[in-house]
Design a protein around this ligand. Structure first.
Ligand code: RP5
Length: 168
């Protein structure tokens, strides 16, 4: 049973969104990873949201470029948390998708993360944080992951300082 859905507006978004799937998989969270479009397949989008929600999906992650309305369309169809990932896919360099995703009207929030792969990763981390509110074991794994990030920065600092001299 999928706990998280990852929707992309086009298969052309796949490379940028794969890190999202990888973060969820690394934490043992079951997810659905598929293509559906707010504009090209609006009925499919609404049907998927209804079916996944009925099956227990807790968080929806939506990635789209250009006039990026997928996250907003999903937010209109569910009260579960929706995370939007704006994708760089046009001559406007992603600003079109960023503004389309972030500027939702009151009552229909989309938690908008960074553009492209960086946002894809953080969309997964944010989904994990939401799931961890009701999953103590997952919360423990997130704390351990944070400790890993701390350790990697401290190791990088120690390695650099061993080459260049410790700060005085
Ligand atoms: C958006 O338009 C998609 O999410 C994609 O980022 C962009 C271009 O789609 P394709 O023309 O590559 O299918 O809807």
């Amino acid at each position: 049973m999928s706990k998280v859905a990852i929707f992309m507006g086009s298969i052309s978004d796949e490379d940028k969104m794969r890190p999202c799937a990888e973060v969820l998989a690394a934490h043992g969270v079951p997810f659905t990873f598929t293509v559906t479009s707010a504009h090209r397949t609006p009925e499919r989008t609404r049907r998927l949201v209804a079916e996944l929600e009925a099956a227990g999906c807790q968080v929806f992650i939506c990635a789209a470029g250009m006039a990026a309305h997928l996250a907003g369309a999903v937010a209109a169809a569910t009260i579960r948390p929706v995370i939007g990932v704006p994708i760089t896919a046009s001559a406007l360099g992603g600003m079109d998708a960023l503004l389309s995703t972030v500027q939702m009207p009151p009552g229909f929030p989309v938690a908008t993360v960074a553009l492209d792969a960086a946002g894809a990763r953080n969309a997964a981390w944010l989904a994990l944080s939401i799931l961890a509110l009701s999953d103590a074991a997952l919360a423990d794994r997130l704390v351990a992951a944070r400790e890993g990030f701390v350790a990697s920065v401290e190791k990088a600092a120690a390695d650099l300082e061993s080459r260049t001299g410790a700060p005085s």
